[in-house]
Design a protein. Sequence first.
Length: 232
Amino acid sequence: MAPVLFNLCTCLLMERWYARTVESDGIGIALRFKYDEKLIRRYTRNADERKVTGCLFAEDGALLATSQDAYGAQKAIKEYMAVSRSFGLTVSISKTKHMATGRALSNVEKAPISVGIYETISAVEEFKDLGSVIGASRNMDGDIQNRLAQASTAFGDLRKAVFQDKNLSLMTKRKIYQSCVLTVLLYGAESWIPLRRHVIKLNAFHHRCIRSILGITNRQQWVQSITSYDIR
């Protein structure tokens, strides 16, 4: 029951925080969307709009603001800390980070946020949240590199014990690869917006792993004209 009660408490905390900050123009971002079943659309005419002030997952939360002044991010975090204290909770300042994203950001917007006499929330260019790397540049390079590194470590840990074990069938190795390596590689892929270079890197890693499982070297693939389609 403890996790369930904690989640209920956190949701109530966010509702109280939202009630105290709903009138602030600098808190929250406008999310525009349409239900026309088209994945990519440049024009947002007649689009619906919804104000998103925060995101919550278990005990991790993100507060969204369009400015860093006393009516934006500063007020958001101070009000959140005040509501947390009313619930008997404490916000960990050392684990809380501030990241500004956008074009032509000023030094003031990227500066740390002061929340007390001796307490400040440091500003970062990127941070890891729930296993994913989120960067101020808004590209996926850091997250893809992190996924590749994590998946490479997972594959390396299983190489001798599983993938090079001649007593295991190919079907068994395949299922272990799919469950223990591919899941690490594609963690959080549902929210990705990959570019061509990202897809190339992911496919290259996938093909290297398959060749290693099958015992096919690069030279063998070249001499015997084995295509990547045949390997898959």
